[in-house]
Write a protein that binds this ligand. Structure first.
Ligand code: NDP
Length: 676
C-alpha cells in the first residue's frame, strides 16, 4: 500500500516528506497510512516569508477586508467538507465528531468574520476603550490603540481537532493582520494539510499569510522575536518544555498555552433523580465522556455529585454508557470511534491504572468490550470507563491525572462548599459545569470557583434545549484557564484578536488622537462642509465635518403640549412646587425627550437625500435642566464612518445640545445609515 505523502507549505512551495519523516497509522486498523516531516525544512526562510511578505500584505488590508476574507475562506472550506470528513475517519472520529471539528471550525471562522465587521473598524487601528481625559481643558488626552504585531504567529496544535484546532487560532490571527505558520500534531496532520490546501487554492489569502509544517518544527522556536507569538495546545509537559525555551524567555515572545485540565461537572444539591436536572446531568456527562472518544480538552474528567446521589448517578450513567456502540467510525451505528493512535491508547490505559489506585472502576473494562466493524486488537479502541473515588479529599491522582480518553471519575460531596473545593482541587481548568435550577447555588459556585476555571457552564430545564454543551468552546467566549489549563486564553471574540496585536497607550492632543484613530475626538478641529451634512453622501463626509444650528427657545406651551401629547406628565414637568422640592430641578423643566425632538428638528435636512435611516442613539446624557424661556442649539459632528455594504455605511455623529449660556445640556451619539 502506498503511503500518503503529507507535505509542508513553506515559503510558497509544497515540500514533500524527506529525511526524518514519521509514519502515521490509521486509528482504526493500526496500519501505516501516511508519512510526514522533513528535517531539511528551511524554517528561517518560512519565518522570513511570513514576516517580510505575508505580514505587510495583511497589514495593508483593513479589519473589514480581512473579516471578509475570513468569511470567504470559511465558505471555501464549506464546499469541501465531505473531502475533509472522508479523511478524518482515519483519526478515529465519527461523523458527529466531524461536526464538532470540521463544521465547528468553519463556524468559528464565520463568527470571527462577522465580529470583525461588526465590532472592529474598517481601518487599521483598533481603539481599545474610550478617550481618557488627562488634562483640565481637554488639550491633552489618552487613548489605548491596538496595532498588529509585525512578526509571525506559530500555532502548535493538538491531534484531537485537526481542523477546529487550526481555525480557532487562525481566524483571530488573520483578523488581527498577522501571518501564521501552522504546525498540526503529526498524528492527524493529513486532515489539516487538506484544509490548508483548500484555503491556499482559494486564492483568497495574501502570499505569505499561511504556511504549514507537517512534522517537526526544527529549531523554529529558537529564531523567534518579540513580534512573534506562539499559541500552543497540547500536553502540559510539552507546554512546559517549549515555554522554557531561552529565546522565548529572552525575547518575551508571547506564549499562549491551552493544555490538559481536569475539568469537572457538579450536580447541584437540589437535583433529585426525578428532576430534569438529574437527567440532564447524566446526559451531558455521558456525552462528554464519549464524544471524540473523550479526546477533548474540555471533556468532563471529574463528576461531582451530592454524596446521597452518587449511587443513583453511577446507575443512570452506566445504563447510558452501556448503549455506546464502539467501532469503525465510518459505520452509521457507531457512537464512539477510536483514539487517535495505539500510542494514545497505551497512554490512556496507563493513566486509567493510576486513577485506579485511588478509585474503583465501576463501569467499563478495557479487557472485555465489543468493537463493531473493526479489529479491536489492532485499532486504538477503548471502552468508556467510569471510576468512583470514595475519598476525594484524601486522593491526589484523580485530581491531577488526565486520561485523555473516555475516562471519568465520580466523587461525592457533603455540601456546596465541599463541591467547590473538590472542583478547585484540579488547580485550574478550562471548564466546570454546574447543573442546577437554583440561582443561589449558581452564584455561590461562580464566586467560589470562578478563580480556578476559565469557563463556568450552567444548565438546567430552562436552558437545556438551546444550551451549547459543556464541552463546546464558543468563538464568542474565552477558551482557556488558569494553572494546569495553561494560563492562556483564546477566542472570546475581539479579545482573542488582541493576542496578536500590541496595545499602546497613545497620549497627545485631540487632533493627534482623532487622526490616528480615524475618529473625531471632542477638542479636535471641526470641518465646515460645503453643504448641509445630510445632503452629503457617505464617501463625501469628512471626519470632523460639523453643523452648528440656530437656537430655539423652549416655552411652557411646548412643555404642556409635549406632556399631553405623549402622556408623559411626570411631576418635574408639570408641578412647579413638586419640581422645586426635587434637588435636581429649579422648577418645572422641559422633558429630555422634548429636547431630543427639538434637536432633530434643528439639525435635519428634510428633503430626500443620502441619509437613509436613523438606526440608533448611544450614550445619551442629560447634563443640565432646561426651563421655559431657555434656548437650545445643536452641534452635530461626523465622529466615525463604518462601511457596511457597497451601497451604504454607518455614520456616527457626535451631538451636543447647549443652552443660551453655552452650557452643555445634553450629549449623545446618533447613528445613521448613509448612501454612498
Ligand atoms: P503533545 O503535547 O505531545 O503535542 C502537542 C503539539 O506539540 C503537537 O503538535 C506536537 O507535534 C507538538 N510538539 C511536541 N513536542 C514539540 C517540540 N519539541 N517542539 C515543537 N512542537 C512540539 O500532545 P499530544 O498531541 O501528543 O497529546 C499528548 C497528551 O496531551 C494527550 O494524551 C493529552 O493528555 C494532552 N492533550 C491535551 C489537549 C488539550 O487540549 N488540553 C489536546 C491534546 C492533547 P507532534 O505531534 O509532531 O509531536
Amino acid at each position: 500500500m502506498t503511503l500518503q505523502q503529507i507535505s509542508s507549505f513553506a515559503a510558497g512551495e509544497w515540500i514533500a516528506p524527506g529525511s526524518g519523516a514519521r509514519t502515521i497509522a490509521s486509528a482504526i486498523t493500526g496500519e501505516p497510512i501516511a508519512t510526514a516531516g522533513n528535517d531539511a525544512l528551511d524554517v528561517q526562510a518560512m519565518l522570513d516569508f511570513a514576516r517580510n511578505t505575508g505580514g505587510p500584505a495583511l497589514r495593508r488590508m483593513t479589519f473589514h477586508e480581512r473579516a471578509k476574507m475570513l468569511k470567504a475562506l470559511a465558505q471555501a472550506l464549506g464546499t469541501r467538507k465531505q473531502a475533509l470528513y472522508d479523511l478524518s475517519f482515519n483519526t478515529g472520529a465519527t461523523q458527529s465528531d466531524h461536526l464538532i471539528d470540521i463544521d465547528g471550525g468553519i463556524g468559528t471562522m464565520f463568527v470571527f468574520a462577522s465580529k470583525g465587521r461588526r465590532e472592529m473598524p474598517d481601518g487599521h487601528v483598533y481603539l481599545d476603550g474610550d478617550v481618557e481625559q488627562l488634562s483640565r481643558n481637554g488639550t491633552f488626552l489618552g487613548q489605548h490603540v491596538c496595532t498588529p504585531l509585525q512578526g509571525v504567529a506559530v500555532h502548535i496544535n493538538a491531534f484531537n481537532f485537526p481542523v477546529w484546532g487550526m481555525l480557532e487560532k487562525l481566524a483571530p490571527t488573520l483578523l488581527a493582520g498577522v501571518p501564521a505558520i501552522v504546525k498540526p500534531a503529526t498524528n492527524s496532520c493529513y486532515v489539516t494539510e487538506l484544509a490548508v490546501k483548500i484555503m491556499l487554492d482559494s486564492g483568497l489569502l495574501p502570499v505569505g499569510a499561511l504556511q504549514l509544517v507537517s512534522g517537526g518544527l526544527g529549531d523554529m522556536l529558537d529564531r523567534l522575536s518579540c513580534q512573534d507569538v506562539v499559541s500552543f495546545t497540547g500536553s502540559a509537559d510539552t507546554a512546559l518544555k517549549l515555554r522554557q525555551n531561552p529565546v522565548i524567555l529572552q525575547n518575551s515572545v508571547r506564549f499562549v498555552a491551552e493544555q490538559d485540565s481536569l475539568n469537572a461537572s457538579i450536580l447541584g444539591p437540589g437535583a433529585e433523580p426525578d428532576t430534569p436536572e438529574f437527567d440532564l446531568f447524566v446526559k451531558e456527562v455521558a456525552r462528554e465522556m464519549t464524544t471524540k472518544a473523550g479526546q477533548k480538552c474540555t471533556a468532563i474528567r471529574r463528576i461531582i455529585a451530592p454524596q446521597a446521589r452518587v449511587e443513583a448517578v453511577i446507575e443512570a450513567l452506566s445504563v447510558r454508557l452501556a448503549k455506546t456502540v464502539i467501532g469503525d467510525p465510518r459505520l452509521e451505528t457507531t457512537r464512539m470511534g477510536a483514539l487517535v493512535s495505539n500510542g494514545q491508547k497505551a497512554d490512556v490505559l496507563a493513566k486509567a491504572e493510576i486513577i485506579g489506585q485511588e478509585a474503583e472502576r465501576v463501569f467499563g473494562s478495557p479487557d472485555t468490550f465489543h468493537v463493531q466493524g473493526a479489529d479491536g486488537s489492532k485499532g486504538a479502541f477503548v471502552p468508556p470507563m467510569l471510576f468512583h473515588c470514595a475519598d476525594p479529599d484524601g486522593a491526589q491522582r484523580v485530581h491531577d491525572t488526565e486520561a485523555f480518553g473516555p475516562v471519568s471519575t465520580i466523587m461525592g460531596y457533603r455540601d456546596l462548599d465541599h463541591a467547590i473545593a473538590i472542583a478547585n482541587r484540579g488547580q485550574g481548568s478550562l471548564v466546570t459545569s454546574l447543573i442546577t435550577h437554583d440561582p443561589g447555588t449558581a452564584r455561590q459556585v461562580v464566586l467560589g470557583a470562578g478563580a480556578y476555571h476559565g469557563r463556568i457552564y450552567i444548565n438546567n430545564r430552562d436552558s437545556m434545549k438551546e444550551s451549547t454543551g459543556h464541552g463546546s468552546p464558543l468563538p464568542h467566549m474565552v477558551h482557556g484557564g488558569p494553572g494546569r489549563a495553561g494560563g492562556g486564553e483564546e477566542m472570546g471574540g475581539v479579545r482573542g484578536v488582541k493576542h496578536y496585536m500590541q496595545r499602546t497607550a497613545v497620549q497627545g492632543s485631540p487632533e493627534m488622537l482623532a487622526t490616528i484613530g480615524e475618529k473625531w475626538v471632542p477638542g479636535a478641529a471641526e470641518i465646515q462642509g460645503p453643504a448641509h451634512p445630510f445632503t452629503r453622501k457617505f464617501g463625501e463626509l469628512a471626519i470632523g465635518e460639523t453643523l452648528h444650528t440656530a437656537p430655539r427657545t423652549v416655552t411652557m406651551d411646548d412643555i404642556e403640549h409635549f406632556a399631553h401629547f405623549t402622556g408623559d406628565t411626570f411631576y418635574a414637568h408639570m408641578d412647579e412646587d413638586a419640581a422645586k422640592r426635587n434637588p435636581f430641578f429649579p422648577g418645572r423643566v422641559a422633558h429630555g425627550y422634548l429636547l431630543l425632538s427639538f434637536a432633530a428638528g434643528l439639525f435635519v435636512e428634510p428633503n430626500e437625500g443620502p441619509v437613509l435611516a436613523n438606526t440608533g442613539l448611544d450614550g445619551l446624557r442629560f447634563m443640565k435642566p432646561v426651563s421655559a424661556g431657555d434656548s437650545i442649539k445643536v452641534r452635530l459632528t461626523v465622529k466615525k464612518k463604518t462601511r457596511r455594504t457597497d451601497e451604504y455605511g454607518e455614520v456616527r455623529w457626535h451631538v451636543t445640545l447647549t443652552n443660551q449660556d453655552d452650557e452643555l445640556v445634553a450629549e449623545y451619539e446618533l447613528l445613521t445609515m448613509n448612501a454612498y
